[in-house]
Design a protein around this ligand. Structure first.
Ligand code: KIV
Length: 297
């Protein structure tokens, strides 16, 4: 694909998202974002018109079975980002930088972010945190790596927050969140996730900022919305947060489909004759069978 065809035909880019925010509200539509962690899901979401695919470190919980996102490594994130990249044509692919990959030296953080672009094809990275990420976001932006910020309930700060709790509920905490969001924008981020904060605060931040806000558990006034794909599809175990609307129940569909398959195998109903290969006509004697033949009909 040539560079011009890749970027024509409605490809979602960082500038196109920024431009959406600059339109008057009546001419703008909300930005649609979902997480994706593998090739088939990325293809389906991209073809369905989702505009931003986030390879979230939530994959540690919903795909790898961890209790938190904290154990996820850069190599695991690269592996999943590559698969999502391959399944995506139009959406913007954003990769989450996992816990520990941007918390030590600035130069190491930049090198880690570069890996997402160079080795996995990410078009942007996401980092959690507000004012204290100012320098990092500025350095990454300077290195031509677009950054999506993330403030509010930031799962990588689980221990510091004392649990997955709604943030910004007191006047002081709300003011700090506004400062955080402003800092993320001032540092050069092209968008910011607002997670687990009161709707009124998210609406205020959305009005304040020139970059799009993407809400999750932050009410309907944000410029876009994101959900964890497993929550939306009903492919999770345990309780899901109240903000996660479940549009399907894939767990039930998978369980009943697999139960049906097992019953067919046990009863000898699978495979049928039509699902079996046959010797060529006229029937050859066993001695003449060439076992190197390709198994096609
Ligand atoms: O990791 C993730 O999936 C996220 C989104 C929920 C914003 O950070």
């Amino acid at each position: 694909m040539s560079v011009s065809s890749k970027f024509s035909d409605g490809k979602i880019t960082v500038p196109s998202l920024l431009q959406r925010k600059s339109l008057p509200p009546q001419d703008s539509t909300k930005i649609t974002c979902l997480t994706a962690y593998d090739y088939p899901t990325a293809r389906l979401l991209d073809e369905a018109g989702v505009e931003v695919l986030l390879v979230g470190d939530s994959l540690g919980m919903v795909m790898l079975g961890h209790e938190t996102t904290l154990p996820v490594t850069v190599d695991e994130m690269l592996h999943h980002t590559r698969a999502v990249r391959k399944g995506t044509r139009r959406a913007l692919v954003v990769a989450d930088m996992p816990f520990g990959s941007y918390h030590a030296e600035l130069s190491e953080s930049v090198r880690n972010a570069v890996r997402f672009v160079k080795e996995a094809g990410a078009e942007a990275v996401k980092v959690e945190g507000g004012e204290r990420r100012l320098e990092l976001i500025a350095r990454l932006t300077e290195a031509e790596i677009p950054v999506m910020g993330h403030v509010g309930l930031t799962p990588q700060s689980l221990h510091a927050m004392g649990g997955f709790k709604v943030q910004g509920k007191t006047p002081d905490a709300a003011e700090q969140l506004v400062r955080d969001a402003r800092a993320v924008e001032a540092a050069g981020a092209f968008a910011i996730v607002l997670e687990g904060i009161p709707r009124e605060l998210a609406a205020l931040i959305t009005r304040e900022l020139r970059i799009p806000t993407i809400g999750i558990g932050a009410g309907p006034e944000c410029d876009g919305q994101i959900l964890v794909i497993n929550d939306l599809l009903g492919l999770t175990f345990g309780t899901v947060p109240k903000f996660a609307r479940q549009y399907a129940n894939l767990s039930e569909i998978i369980s009943s489909t697999v139960r049906e398959y097992c019953a067919d195998v046990r009863r000898g109903n699978f495979p049928s004759d039509a699902e079996s290969y046959h010797l060529p006509e006229p029937k050859t004697s066993r001695k003449e069978i060439n076992f190197d033949v390709e198994l096609t009909d």
